[in-house]
Design a protein around this ligand. Structure first.
Ligand SMILES: [Zn+2]
Length: 62
């Protein structure tokens, strides 16, 4: 019983949600890849200042 290789279903384009293409996966097209890259970069630059919860340790001075 030979196991025939199944064509793995391509993931969906994270940008537009269409079926990704083998060429530009995981995107459907190089264009979407650029869009995603642009988003990522812009997002990286526009990261909102996260509120870091600083646990201030109140040491009781005796
Ligand atoms: Zn796409």
């Amino acid at each position: 019983m030979a196991t025939e290789p199944k064509p793995r279903p391509l993931p969906r384009c994270p940008v537009c949600g269409r079926r990704a293409s083998a060429e530009a996966r995981p995107f459907c097209s190089p264009r979407c890849a650029q869009v995603d890259l642009g988003r990522w970069l812009s997002g990286a630059y526009a990261i909102p200042a996260t509120e870091e919860e600083k646990a201030e340790e109140d040491e009781d001075r005796g």
